[in-house]
Design a binder for this molecule. Structure first.
Ligand code: ADP
Ligand code: MG
Length: 255
């Protein structure tokens, strides 16, 4: 297994970014993502050189991919060399959302890990930001995500990056997010206001707990904040990191 870097003879391929989410990020959303990044850094173990963070939720449509992309963006903006992987091997959306070539990616890495030309996946937005799409859809996503190959791949990529963020499918629909969780430093759970059913959320939490998944925190997506700070801004939809009762102990350590 090897990563070919800039000095290899394979030159990076220009990837087009006609439309990227970060450009549409309004100020308050950007600030919330920065806050999320800061709070995550407090909840991560100190001795981890490259945290590998999964992003999941109970069901589809809660904003996992949106959160993963924008979180990766603010990490790169802070000067960290960050890799975003589309780990939703059933309904991948990162390449489409970012308008980049999604023909190769994670599943190719897993099939042939000998020559990973990581520089091909560098974004044109920020030279610290790399995005690896899903690649061809495999027949066995859960097995692939839980495989030793996946573990080895993440270990190898961890040598090259400061942070890895993996966009994952929802917990209540398929077992993929739980399957890969043993290789993650922690998981971010996305909840969408006026969308996520309480029972779905409880079920998701139960499954993560049963599997001993280290939940770093929750992202409340689509919250209308009534505070004066946000009322001053035109766009009220924003992303907020908060701790549920269950995770309050972790959040209080942050304060
Ligand atoms: N806070 C938000 N406000 C408005 N639309 C949002 C918000 N978060 C996500 N969306 C939209 O909702 C849809 C689902 O989001 P996505 O990130 O793809 O969810 P998931 O990955 O959880 O299935 C997308 O069309 C996305 O653009
Ligand atoms: Mg998604």
């Amino acid at each position: 297994m090897s990563i070919l870097n800039k000095n290899s003879q394979n030159l990076p391929i220009e990837r087009s970014f006609k439309k990227t989410l970060h450009k549409n990020l309004k100020f308050n959303a950007t600030e919330q993502y920065k806050l999320l990044r800061t709070n995550i850094s407090f909840t991560l173990p100190e001795d981890v050189k490259c945290p590998v963070i999964g992003v999941t939720s109970s069901v589809r449509g809660e904003g996992k991919s949106t959160t993963a992309i924008n979180l990766a963006y603010v990490y790169a903006e802070s000067g960290k060399k960050v890799l975003l992987i589309d780990g939703d091997l059933r309904l991948p959306s990162v390449a489409k959302k970012m308008n980049i070539d999604g023909s190769t990616g994670l599943t190719n890495f897993l099939m042939d890990s000998n020559k990973i030309m990581i520089e091909q996946y560098k974004t044109a937005v920020n030279d610290k930001w790399y995005v690896v799409p899903c690649g061809p859809i495999p027949p066995n996503p859960s097995e692939l995500l839980a495989s030793r190959k996946m573990e080895k791949l993440l270990k190898m990529l961890s040598e090259y990056f400061d942070c890895i963020i993996i966009d994952l499918p929802p917990v209540n629909i398929v077992s993929d997010a739980v399957a890969i969780s043993k290789y993650l430093t922690g998981m971010i759970l996305v909840v969408r206001q006026n969308y996520t059913e309480k029972d779905e959320f409880e079920n998701c939490k139960r499954q993560l707990k049963l599997s001993n998944v280290n939940v770093l925190g929750l992202v409340m997506n689509g919250v209308n904040n009534g505070s004066s700070y946000y009322r001053n801004y035109k766009y009220k939809r924003y992303y907020k990191y908060y701790a549920s009762h269950e995770y309050q102990q972790k959040s209080s350590e942050v304060k």
